[in-house]
Design a protein around this ligand. Structure first.
Ligand code: PPS
Length: 201
């Protein structure tokens, strides 16, 4: 595992000449966690659309998409998921530090790694909001938008979250949303209101 820079004796931190208040706006991370098929990516896309429409710099970090690039070397074993979550947490914190609202959509099934993501932000005094998209497994499996649950049940995919790989439900999420809260548009609005993210214009 890669050591966090703060703990490394062989690398010295080089400070920026720019203070946070000088940046275009206050950044933050909105971290959506939930099962595959829970709707987190759909909500995240809508959230990004609404924030940009409201004049806020926002950028979506979607687990599936990042696995096409920076996380393309990682699979779905426990250690690789941990590294996946760690990398995304670091990227989100960099974006939040730059003044962007980073919207993360990641299964992030392990409580300790979600807590680590929160700590990475806290160490930089950056707002971190964990949103649990609490869609029951049977609903996700019924939806099965990519046919992955069927393949997991058939034994074609191993270590599938909720089937033969764990999902640790958040105990201390900042916000919990469920499909009964409305459409993805409603839920994204609800998240913005609940987290107090105002329009820029
Ligand atoms: S994790 O657990 O946070 O590292 O996962 P993440 O990076 O969010 O990637 C989840 C998407 O990968 C696809 N996929 C799988 N998910 C879970 N378990 C297994 N074994 C698996 N294999 C492929 C799946 O499309 C997930 O996308 P979402 O959007 O969550 O449905």
């Amino acid at each position: 595992p890669v050591k966090p820079a703060a703990q490394r004796a062989d690398v010295v931190w080089h400070s920026s000449a720019v203070e946070r208040g000088q940046r275009l706006s206050q950044g933050a991370t909105i971290w959506l966690t939930g099962l595959s098929g829970s709707g987190k990516s759909t909500i995240a896309v809508e959230l990004e659309r609404q924030l940009i429409a409201a004049g806020r710099p926002a950028y979506l970090l979607d687990g599936d998409n990042l696995r096409h690039g920076i996380n393309g070397d990682l699979g779905f074993g426990d250690d690789e998921r941990r590294e996946n979550i760690r990398r995304v947490a670091e990227i989100a914190a960099l974006m939040a530090d730059s003044g962007t609202i980073a919207i993360v959509s990641l299964i992030s099934p392990f409580a300790a790694e979600r807590e680590n993501a929160r700590n990475i932000h806290a160490a930089k005094s950056l707002p971190f909001n964990e949103v649990f998209v609490d869609t029951p497994l049977h609903t996700c499996e019924t939806r099965d938008p990519k046919g992955l649950y069927a393949r997991a049940r058939a034994g074609e995919i191993r270590q599938f979250t909720g089937i033969d790989s764990p999902y640790e439900r958040p105990e201390h999420a900042d916000l919990v949303v469920t499909p009964t809260d409305g459409t993805p548009t409603d839920i994204a609005e609800h998240i913005r209101r609940a987290l107090g993210i105002a329009d820029a214009r």
